[in-house]
Design a protein around this ligand. Structure first.
Ligand SMILES: O=C(CO)[C@@H](O)[C@H](O)COP(=O)(O)O
Length: 229
């Protein structure tokens, strides 16, 4: 099955006090999944929310695909709570668990969730290649994790290109500063799962932006890949 373009808005800069409605609006406007940014104030200098909120969101949004992007120092700690909260894809950073990546991947799988491996901009892509067989998605960060609204780092594209060349069937996600002005660069490099925060949340017409992102990726995806759903 060909790799599919999937657009997953990040809700980081949405009105978190109205998260269920904001999320539903994104899905109604064509989002393929929700990218939920979990930050612990240790791994990144920002704090958001945890499994309790995700569970409440799941109670309101029953069927759609949830990814949690775990920007936390101890991703092992939240596997079971997030699985219980109804998360579909558990994407964790390899940097704080460098010696235990395989073990964490196994535990995520055993919990029934899909596995995503995230890389900070300073982490070599070769480090993640050892674990690609254990993962469903590799997330290449295109900003330093922690905040929405930062500038896209085009110099991360060689990582995406290398992964796409070596792993034609892999779901490759990009996150940070991705929007109408930067999507073509990501799509050409081979990304097929697109996280976009500010550009979608603040758009006067979310549907138009989501469609533009998806159409651009579809233009460049080859027909030898798979997808997460
Ligand atoms: O994980 C992060 C930041 O740490 C991202 O999900 C951003 O929140 C995306 O927002 P924009 O850069 O698209 O505004």
């Amino acid at each position: 099955m060909p790799v599919q373009a999937k657009i997953g808005p990040s809700i980081l800069n949405a009105d978190l006090a109205d998260l269920a409605n904001e999320s539903q609006k994104l899905l109604d406007n064509g989002a393929d999944y929700l990218h939920l940014d979990v930050m612990d104030g240790h791994f990144v200098p920002n704090l958001t929310f945890g499994h309790s909120l995700v569970k409440c969101l799941r109670n309101k949004i029953k069927k759609d695909f949830f990814e949690t992007h775990m920007m936390v120092s101890r991703p092992q700690q939240w596997i079971e709570p997030m699985a219980d909260a109804g998360v579909n894809l558990y994407t964790f950073h390899i940097e704080p668990v460098m010696e235990e990546v395989a073990n964490v991947c196994r535990k995520v799988r055993e919990s029934g969730m899909k596995v995503g491996l995230a890389l900070k901009p300073g982490t070599e892509v070769q480090v993640v290649e050892r674990y690609v067989d254990m993962a469903d998605v590799v997330l290449v960060m295109t900003v330093e994790p922690g905040f929405g609204g930062q500038s896209f780092m085009a110099n991360m594209m060689p990582k995406v290109e290398r992964l796409r060349t070596h792993y034609p069937n892999l779901d490759i996600e990009v996150d940070g500063g991705v929007g109408p002005n930067t999507i073509e660069t990501c799509a050409k490099a081979g990304a097929n799962m697109i996280v976009s925060g500010t550009a979608v949340i603040q758009a006067p017409n979310q549907r138009n932006v989501i469609n533009l992102l998806r159409d651009t990726v579809q233009k460049y995806t080859n027909d030898a890949c798979t997808h997460v759903h």
